[in-house]
Write a protein that binds this ligand. Structure first.
Ligand code: ZN
Length: 464
């Protein structure tokens, strides 16, 4: 079988149990697996090998972005300056999604995935839309690894507001369609794609729907992904309607479990933290969405306490309408820097912990850590190579400090998923970027017009 060998890697950051960083390292890939990791001098190169030059590069286990709304990519900036969480969700984000067709959704997902590949991301988790099949199609084309989910909303009217027409379904229909989607896509694309159930926003899901969603996930042996404790409005809404916050409600309904991945979590009641620990619930933080949307998830959140309890934490970019970019490495700086600021403590979150969130933490959150999250023999060959021959990387005293405090996803040079090269030397090999950008511009213009959000996104400075 033909091999791909990456040689002369300046810093091979393994994130293995010993957290070794190998200088002048090399990696051998055969099929979709890593078959050797070591010093370049120890690896025998064969004439038939495809050699990737690692000089001037840092190798990381493929980067995870565990909160990405593929379908929202064409609505970039449509959530800006919304005056509250409900205003953003009910009058901006969901209005855009409700006006999309399948062509828009496929284009949006392709664009989201190109943005992620260019940021060095190999694996995404999508919290759900009505276009899971289009996101799967884009993953088939882009070569990315990921997890998709189908939205299930069965409440048209909530304490926070009314959902757009056509954006919710009877409970039976919502469950049946989500189950069909999981049956069709889980484990597809040679195992590159997972399909989970979505509990998108708890306040728009009835108790009956959530209880049955939990049973279906158990039956199919998959996980559930959903937003929770996202902002103050949502916590108040849950208390008004159910007399308790999201976590206590999910515990009561039986959803808290090791296969539940909860997003944001900035407004968790400290008294509920022990429930997450007891059930081994997984967490994805979204620092840029919180900062952009004034959600208070960093200043009010409990990330250091969650880490102390041994919970699996990862990072998510959220979406082009919330964040507004998909770059997990930038998220890593924001959570570290944001917590230093909020806690007035420059050691409250170490850069090494942020690298774990990007890699092995992401794998744990997606129940994929047996195969992914570190560069070790036998694991899947998902690898991110960052170019260090750039001014923001020089000089390198401590590569981990540079990665978190100085770098960004735009330093990604080569991205490999399942042993296949998706980007090499800064060139995306799987999608046609030029054509995609043209199509996206046309579709986005028409979509925003149909959604009635042209004024919302218009520049306040005159354009001539
Ligand atoms: Zn989200």
């Amino acid at each position: 079988m033909a091999r791909t060998v990456i040689t002369n890697i300046d810093y091979l950051v393994t994130v293995d149990p010993g957290r070794r960083i190998i200088r002048d390292g090399a990696l051998v890939i055969q099929g979709d697996r890593i078959t050797a990791v070591g010093k370049t001098a120890e690896i025998k190169v064969q004439a038939s090998d495809d050699i990737i030059e690692g000089r001037g590069k840092l190798a990381l286990p493929g980067v995870f972005d565990t909160h990405v709304h593929n379908a929202q990519q064409l609505g970039r900036s449509c959530g800006d300056e919304a005056w509250s969480g409900p205003e953003r969700l009910f009058r901006r984000l969901w209005v855009v999604e409700a006006h999309m067709d399948k062509g828009d959704a496929l284009c949006a997902a392709r664009l989201a995935q190109v943005e992620m590949i260019r940021a060095g991301t190999t694996c995404f988790a999508d919290p759900g839309s009505y276009f899971a099949a289009e996101t799967a199609q884009a993953a088939k084309e882009s070569g990315m690894r990921g997890m998709i989910a189908r939205t299930v909303f069965d409440m048209g009217t909530t304490v926070m507001g009314n959902l757009p027409k056509g954006f919710f379904e009877p409970t039976e229909d919502a469950l049946a369609r989500a189950d069909e989607m999981v049956a069709e896509f889980d484990g597809s694309l040679d195992g590159r794609l997972k399909a989970w159930f979505s509990m998108r926003v708890p306040v728009a899901c009835s108790d009956d729907l959530l209880r049955r969603l939990c049973k279906l996930a158990e039956k199919r042996g998959v996980g559930i992904i959903g937003h929770a404790c996202e902002n103050r409005d949502e916590v108040i809404a849950s208390h008004l309607k159910y007399g308790m916050g999201d976590i206590a409600r999910l515990e009561k309904l039986g959803l808290l479990a090791p296969n539940l991945l909860l997003l944001h979590m900035g407004w968790i009641d400290p008294k509920e933290l022990h429930m997450l620990q007891k059930r081994d619930v997984k967490i994805s933080l979204a620092p840029s969405a919180s900062m952009h949307q004034a959600m208070g998830n960093i200043s009010h959140g409990k990330a250091p306490e969650m880490l102390e309890l041994g919970l699996a934490l990862s990072l998510g970019s959220d979406s082009a309408m919330s964040s507004n970019y998909l770059d997990a490495i930038r998220q890593a700086f924001l959570i570290v820097g944001g917590l230093h600021e909020a806690r007035l403590d420059p050691k409250v979150l170490r850069p090494e912990v942020a690298v774990e969130m990007l890699t092995i933490g992401g794998a744990r959150c997606m129940l994929w850590d047996k195969d992914l999250g570190s560069l070790e023999v036998g694991k899947k060959a998902d690898i991110t190579l960052l170019d260090t021959m750039r001014p923001e990387w020089q000089p390198v005293h401590n590569p981990i400090a540079n990665l978190i405090y100085c770098a960004h996803g735009g330093c990604a040079d080569t991205v490999i998923v399942d042993g296949k090269v998706l980007m090499r030397g800064g060139k995306v090999l799987t999608l046609n970027e030029h054509d995609l950008y043209e199509e996206a511009a046309d579709r986005a213009k028409s979509l925003i017009k149909r959604a009635g959000l042209e004024d919302t996104v218009a520049s306040i400075w005159p354009m001539h």
